[in-house]
Design a protein around this ligand. Structure first.
Ligand code: TYD
Length: 208
């Protein structure tokens, strides 16, 4: 693949969107072409699937359905947007990818990482990230930093105990993929964190 694929992971309130925005501004200034996208969603069909997954009405959704819908949205977004961009040599920055499914559905929902990896293997084929930045802040610290809960989609409504399990899942994933997943302490100043991320992209040869 000619392009580079960088994914951002972390718990709710870890500041992924802010960091992606700061990185994108910096890349623009440096004249480095890139595409910013997100999961679940990022394309029309995948955004429709996102609406179903996150709707507060869908409290009856079973865990298996949830995992399959995230994988379905991923397959569509990948084929429609990420794969063509990577084939054109673009740097792709994606807010969440397969590690979200492993942490949320595999660990926290308790479906098991083998099952979740298997359905995502089918959805993703060979499209693995070159680098994954795990924005490391515990759910409790993130909650306190934003001074309380969000309005809350179906996932955000799950409560601190669920999100603590997600966090544990991410830590285990980071331990098991030390080359690909890099932990970034994001509890401090956002501009300092952005500097660290920019330097990491350079040292991983994602950008020159
Ligand atoms: P979003 O509003 O994009 O959350 P955030 O701003 O925290 O990234 O909603 C996405 C939600 O979906 C979030 O709670 C994480 C969850 N999710 C999964 O459970 N599995 C997945 O595979 C993905 C991509 C997201």
């Amino acid at each position: 693949m000619k392009g580079k694929f960088v994914t951002f992971e972390g718990c709710e309130g870890s500041g992924k969107s802010t960091q992606i925005r700061l990185l994108s501004e910096r890349l623009k200034k440096a004249g480095i072409p890139h595409m910013v996208t997100r999961e679940p969603g990022g394309s029309d069909i995948a955004e429709q699937i996102r609406g179903i997954i996150l709707s507060g009405r869908n409290t009856a959704m079973c865990d298996e359905c949830e995992a399959l819908l995230y994988a379905a949205a991923r397959a569509q977004h990948l084929r429609e947007k990420v794969q063509p961009a990577l084939e054109a040599g673009m740097l792709v920055l994606c807010d969440r990818y397969v590690d979200s499914s492993l942490a949320y559905q595999g660990y926290a929902r308790g479906l098991g990482t083998d099952f979740v990896a298997a359905i995502n293997g089918f959805a993703m084929r060979d499209f693995r990230p070159d680098l994954t930045l795990f924005l490391d802040i515990s759910p409790r610290a993130a909650f306190e930093r934003k001074h309380g809960a969000d309005e809350g989609d179906r996932m955000e409504q799950l409560g601190l105990a669920f999100h603590e399990k997600v966090y544990e899942g991410y830590l285990k994933l980071a331990e098991s993929c030390p080359g690909r997943i890099v932990k970034v302490d994001c509890s401090g100043n956002k501009f300092r964190t952005s500097d660290i991320i920019f330097a990491l992209l350079k040292s991983a040869n994602i950008i020159k």
